[in-house]
Design a protein around this ligand. Structure first.
Ligand SMILES: NC(=O)c1ccc[n+]([C@@H]2O[C@H](COP(=O)([O-])OP(=O)(O)OC[C@H]3O[C@@H](n4cnc5c(N)ncnc54)[C@H](O)[C@@H]3O)[C@@H](O)[C@H]2O)c1
Length: 399
């Protein structure tokens, strides 16, 4: 697939077909949207709570492979039906939209099933586990005429949008040459499974958790902290850099890296993980600028941010605020704080688009391109070589 031009790939309806019958209803502007959750872990319950706060949805259904998580989600959404298999939930006519917050290795399969079943979809980032999955989800969304928002909430964040309008659309930073990003010490990658999970709970379907990936016996750590294993996700690069490279793509109005190099390893946490605990990625873009990502889980360093550097100044942006530093030495920065958590704006934008049928801020194609840029970093890391990439044809070029 990697070496097949995107224009020649056979992405027909059959290529993305599921067995679920397609059903969707046209929603009125003030009508409540029937909502289903697939993947009721930390993020799933959190974002479901954000949807609930909008007062624009009814949670009708929740799904997880682990009954304890279904119970927790039903406590949060009394009356919701519980499912262990996502396709059973998708067969229900009581579901208009789904939130997919499973681990990454299930995103593509569940999203394509949901789109084929006629549901609008909010799917958590990273959109995909592998670079070649992106075009399939985009195609499923377009063929089925469905709204598909990817959980890269910065796209709807007020201070991100303001920074874009005031500093990038106006060219105030001059010629931009470097976008520097970093995310150190992210605790989600260091979670330890509780001792109670040493033996697999009888109400947890391990085979269904593994789903499309190769069978292995119960491993509580892989269930609890899938992020540390490259079979389930892309480590810090697709978990964290996907957010930041998406911010860079948004500000620069470009999403087309032409080369990637990366280096790192499991240098400190020799606990069986396969995802590097320390990683550096460097992408090159055709309009003469580079983007870098640096992340380590080394104890003692934390913090996350993006800094975009131009000849007239630099813009530093985090989830909390942005600061503009002009090129004049000693000039005080201009600071704008974020008014609120970005997820609420992203969820509202999704629900608006479910009614208007316009493309959402974090549309599936945008999600695919930012996931793809991150995957290039991981492929360069695994293959230990500089990759050359054709972003128009979406092909890794031969050496
Ligand atoms: N946008 C953000 O800022 C943000 C923040 C955190 C997590 N996330 C994303 O959300 C996703 C979930 O992360 P998390 O921290 O909630 O993980 P988690 O382990 O807490 O939850 C995942 C849940 O999915 C369930 N699950 C696994 N396979 C399933 C299947 N086939 N059907 C139904 N349920 C299934 C698991 O049992 C578990 O309850 C990840 O892709 C992560 O990258 C995004």
């Amino acid at each position: 697939m990697l070496n097949t031009p995107i224009t020649r790939r056979v992405l027909t309806r059959a290529a993305v077909a599921s067995t679920a019958l397609s059903y969707s209803r046209i929603l009125g502007a003030n009508e409540k949207v029937n909502f289903g959750l697939i993947g009721a872990g930390g993020r799933g319950k959190g974002v479901m709570g954000t949807f609930q706060k909008t007062n624009r949805i009814n949670v009708t259904s929740v799904c997880d492979v682990y009954d304890a998580r279904i119970d927790q989600a039903q406590t949060q959404a009394p009356g919701a039906k519980g499912y262990k298999e996502h396709r059973k939930l998708l067969e229900s006519k009581d579901v208009d939209v789904v939130l997919i917050a499973t681990p990454d290795h299930w995103h593509t399969g569940v999203a394509i099933d949901a789109l084929n079943a006629g549901k609008d979809v909010y799917v958590e980032k990273p959109l995909t586990l592998k670079i070649e999955e992106g075009p399939l989800i985009v195609k499923a969304a377009r063929i089925n005429n469905r709204i598909c928002q990817v959980g890269m909430q910065q796209r709807s964040g007020q201070h991100y949008l303001q920074a874009k309008r005031e500093y990038f659309d106006t060219g105030k930073l001059g010629k931009i040459t470097l976008a520097r990003t970093w995310w150190h010490g992210n605790g989600a990658h260091l979670q330890k499974a509780p001792p109670a999970l040493a033996t697999k709970p009888s109400n947890l379907d391990w085979g269904r958790f593994l789903g499309p990936i190769k069978w292995r016996d119960w491993d509580p750590q892989q269930f609890w902290n899938f992020r540390a294993y490259l079979d389930y996700g892309g480590g810090q690069v697709t978990d964290l850099f996907t957010h930041w490279i998406d911010v860079v793509h948004m500000m620069m109005g470009q999403d087309n890296p032409i080369s990637a190099v990366a280096s790192g390893g499991v240098y400190h946490y020799k606990d069986g993980r396969t995802a590097p605990d320390t990683i550096n990625v460097l992408l090159e873009y055709p309009k003469e600028w580079t983007a870098t990502f640096e992340a380590t889980l080394a104890p003692g360093i934390t913090g996350a941010g993006v800094e975009i550097c131009g000849t007239e100044g630099r813009l530093h942006i985090t989830r909390g605020q942005f600061d503009f530093y002009s090129k004049e030495r000693g000039a005080p920065p201009i600071t704008v704080k974020s008014p609120r958590d970005q997820t609420i704006d992203h969820v509202e934008n999704f629900l608006d688009c479910v009614i208007s049928r316009k493309l959402p801020n974090g549309d599936v194609y945008i999600g695919h391109r930012s996931a793809a840029a991150s995957h290039l970093g991981n492929i360069a890391y695994v293959q230990k070589r500089r990759l050359k990439y054709d972003p128009d044809r979406e092909e890794i070029l031969p050496l």
